[in-house]
Design a binder for this molecule. Sequence first.
Ligand SMILES: Cc1cc2nc3c(=O)[nH]c(=O)nc-3n(C[C@H](O)[C@H](O)[C@H](O)COP(=O)(O)OP(=O)(O)OC[C@H]3O[C@@H](n4cnc5c(N)ncnc54)[C@H](O)[C@@H]3O)c2cc1C
Length: 510
Amino acid sequence: MPDRVLIVGAGPTGLTAALELSRLGIPVRIIDKQAAPPTTSRAVGVQARTLDLLEQRGLSEDMVRLGNPGLAGSVYGGGKRVFRLDFTRIDSRYHFLLFISQAETERILRTEIEKQGVRIERGVELVGLAQDVLSHDPNPVKVVLRHADGRLEQAQAPWLISAEGAHSTVRATLDLPFEGKTRDEQYALGDLHIDGELVETDFHIFSSEHGFMGLFPMGDRRFRLIASNPLSKPSKDTAPAIEELQAIYAQRSHIPARFRDMSWSSWFRINSRMVSRLKVGRLLLGGDAAHIHSPAGAQGMNTGIQDMMNLAWKLALVLKRQASPVLLDTYEQERPPVMRDVLSRTEGLTDVIGAESHLGPWAGEAGVVQEQIAARMSQIAIAYRDRPLSVNHALGGGLHAGDRVPDLPVRCRSADGDGWQEKALFGLLDPSRFMLLVVRSAESAATPADLYDAMQPWRQLIGVAEPAPATDDSARAIPVGVRPVGQRVPGAARRPCRVRRRRASIGHGS
Ligand SMILES: Cc1cc2nc3c(=O)[nH]c(=O)nc-3n(C[C@H](O)[C@H](O)[C@H](O)COP(=O)(O)OP(=O)(O)OC[C@H]3O[C@@H](n4cnc5c(N)ncnc54)[C@H](O)[C@@H]3O)c2cc1C
């Protein structure tokens, strides 16, 4: 049993690391300098890809139940709507942008890691570190931790994950450049109740000569408001008042609305920065410790969670000696292009929605462009093509090694080996083992039984499945990977994701 991996920071990134590693049987120690978890809403937008991944851990149902699904984003300029970004055609069960407080998301993750027997050590801060990766010491990472009572503790670990957020001690100690820029403009935010005509199925972006304003529906008529160029001068001693937010709203929106019951407000500025390295010896960085950017597009927390989903199974295999440590290099090869793309897209989006005059090219965009924008924003389009783990042998078609696998009806051998079980592929995916999907050409005979027999010795590590036989002709007409966005695979034996709605229940494709 390896010694405990040290995870510094119990925000969404650190919690995901703790969840993933502990599920894979790796002992972890997770610390956070704060005495208690934050209660403010912060990241309110959870993307489809994050929900797809959390579903495999059994968490998405709770999140959807507690959150509010945003089915579209309406962008307004000059007193009218110029663009509506439709999420309902995203190729996921979660064909929406889920609005839920970050405090709730963190609580759900915390509850799950507690079930794994992991206890978060609070009021414990990483204040010093060193590593000697050339030694044969199995715990080459040495740290100094300061406890709430001032006591200093020396500790060691085989690996350390810095999930410390924007002000990472690990990043500072390594003197890793955090390259990028701080934007000039100031922002105000407020969580409040809105009476009026703003619908709760959409989020609303108002672009005007005064600046940008966004309203994000949290459910039960509560909205998050974010606006650039506030009317008063931000200061450390005050937070935006509800009257100022109401005045900003009146300045930039043509839709009647009245604000009340504000629960949180704050000023903030936008940094757009990332590190050039995610792995230095036995030190690994992810989440805001590695990349920060505009909240436009709701990407930051989602990217941090997915950083850890990418890293944890690799670290687990290395620690169990089932893979060479070079596997961890692929974390640094796969994630930075995703981070760079997030930085450039959020930066571009912040510029576009910041001024009404920039909205022109968006107006009247064709459906296919909309689908591409929604697929990228929902992070469904993230792919690891042409990376070392993705060796492409496809002879054509849309699907390429490294792409997100489409959810397919598949069949696999039942546990007793005598019969077949039909399932949805996503229901079989789990980072605790690989899945070998055997796709036969139409002419070939049934999958040889000896393939299943040959895989028996590795059944703990590798599952085997094959696309389920088509039940009608239309299924055969849609080759794997060329399914249009939003179209369901005929016969997919998949329970639609039912979301709590105030008036109705929606499912995939509705
Ligand atoms: C206004 C706003 C809106 C946003 N909206 C969205 C959104 O809709 N969707 C989205 O995806 N993202 C959004 N984000 C970004 C999101 O909040 C962050 O990306 C996310 O919190 C990053 O998570 P993290 O775990 O990496 O870091 P953090 O949440 O910052 O957590 C880091 C933790 O590490 C602890 N820590 C730090 N240093 C140490 C140390 N030396 N020792 C011990 N503990 C330490 C801290 O106490 C903290 O608990 C938004 C951000 C803002 C400001």
